[in-house]
Ligand binder design. Structure first.
Ligand SMILES: [Zn+2]
Length: 395
């Protein structure tokens, strides 16, 4: 296992109950919550927060997500003259976890049985529960909290996409959905998926091939002129699916090609998409006189990108909280999409914190307990600092 034994010892703030946090994670891990079936987990989370005096309600996103439940919004009262802070985690796991058996060994929680552990993102939920419990036990001031537990994150960020943002007033915050609490995700790319459809002309391959236009050849020629893979340090392009042709004795009439482009710079992403369209169009036009292949293009957003500047209050606050714990933070970018991409576009400046989960989306997924505790310490200290320092008043 990686070098995770960096943060040793008990709680520095003395407010986090590590044993309680671990037990809560274990309880959450026992509630199956694959995408669209988050309801039992959501109801359990409601029962906890209601008992802690928070206000819990669901939005109507289930109308769009086809989950059995909406996103869960939990409002925790705080110091009234402070603007609220946003916190988030997702309820769904990437796979069914009903048959797993968890165990603890060498400071790590892992599991036996098929599928994932589901620390992605139940470790985040456990931290949020522990934070609110710890705040309840101290009389130190903190800002009001708006905590969002989304559904269907793993199947296209659907909960975040259809979240009722009118129910929220927080303008910045933290999502718990990454691995290492020492590494803060402050940037993620924009991504589109696209489809190129090449329409040639069918003909009998032996009797009259001259009358046909081979769509596979047209697509192949265009593709051979185009790059793929990592195009620069900010941009990737992949052709992922190609379909076409019906039989060996028919000149193929149609090819459909699907791919994706990701970039941390929108202008680069758009330039690549233009290049693809230009090359396919040129190949089609140069094909021959008379009948020409037809090419059509379609693209749609997979997720929007984001980049949070280092001097934003959300990061200054975190930096200050980390310093007090003797923790040195690194800032990183993630090459995929997660709920934070959507929150940022909706005007809630959000960075992603690590919870100790490792090897997510794989059968080897495990949770490093020291990192789980560290994440809770860091976030709790952030909330206490926010009340002390006037950081939030500045936004
Ligand atoms: Zn996740």
């Amino acid at each position: 296992m990686e070098n995770w034994r960096v943060f040793q010892g008990g709680s520095k703030l003395g407010l986090i109950d590590q044993e309680r946090l671990k037990l809560e994670f274990e309880l959450l891990a026992g509630i199956n919550s694959p995408s669209r079936k988050e309801e039992p987990l959501a109801n359990y989370v409601v029962s906890i927060f209601e008992a802690l005096g928070a206000q819990c309600f669901f939005d109507r996103s289930f109308l769009h997500t086809q989950s059995r439940v909406g996103n869960l919004i939990v409002k925790v009262p705080g110091k009234e003259d402070l603007p609220p802070l946003f916190l988030g985690a997702h309820l769904d796991t990437v796979e069914d976890t009903s048959e797993i058996k968890i165990y603890e060994k060498d400071g790590v929680i892992a599991k036996e049985g098929p599928g994932v552990l589901g620390a992605d993102d139940k470790s985040g939920i456990a931290v949020l529960i522990e934070i609110v419990r710890a705040l309840k036990e101290t009389d130190r001031p903190h800002p009001p909290l708006e905590i969002v537990f989304t559904t269907c994150e793993e199947i296209g960020l659907l909960g975040a996409r259809y979240l009722d943002y009118g129910l929220l007033s927080a303008r910045m915050g933290y999502v718990l959905d990454s691995e290492d609490p020492r590494e803060v995700i402050v940037q993620a790319p924009e991504a589109i998926k696209f489809e190129v459809r090449v329409r040639g002309k069918a003909a009998h391959a032996g009797l009259e091939p001259e009358k046909g236009i081979n769509a596979i050849k047209v697509a192949a020629e265009a593709l051979s002129r185009l790059p793929s893979g990592r195009l620069d340090e900010e941009t990737t392009l992949n052709y992922g699916v190609i379909q076409g042709g019906k039989a060996t004795n028919i000149v193929p009439e149609e090819v459909v090609l699907e791919g994706e482009i990701r970039s941390h710079r929108l202008d680069k992403l758009e330039a690549r998409w233009q290049e693809i369209q230009k090359v396919f169009s040129e190949v089609a036009e140069a094909y021959r006189t008379g009948d020409r292949p037809q090419v059509s293009f379609h693209q749609e957003e997979m997720f929007p990108g984001f980049s949070v500047p280092r001097d934003h209050p959300v990061l200054k606050l975190l930096e200050q909280a980390a310093q007090e714990l003797g923790l040195e933070l690194r800032y990183a970018r993630r090459e995929g999409g997660s709920d934070a991409n959507i929150f940022n576009r909706q005007g809630i400046t959000t960075v992603i914190l690590g919870t100790g989960m490792r090897r997510v989306h794989s059968p080897e997924e495990f949770l490093v307990l020291e990192d789980l505790y560290l994440c809770a310490e860091l976030l709790l200290n952030c909330l206490l600092k926010a009340a002390e320092s006037g950081f939030l008043a500045a936004i």
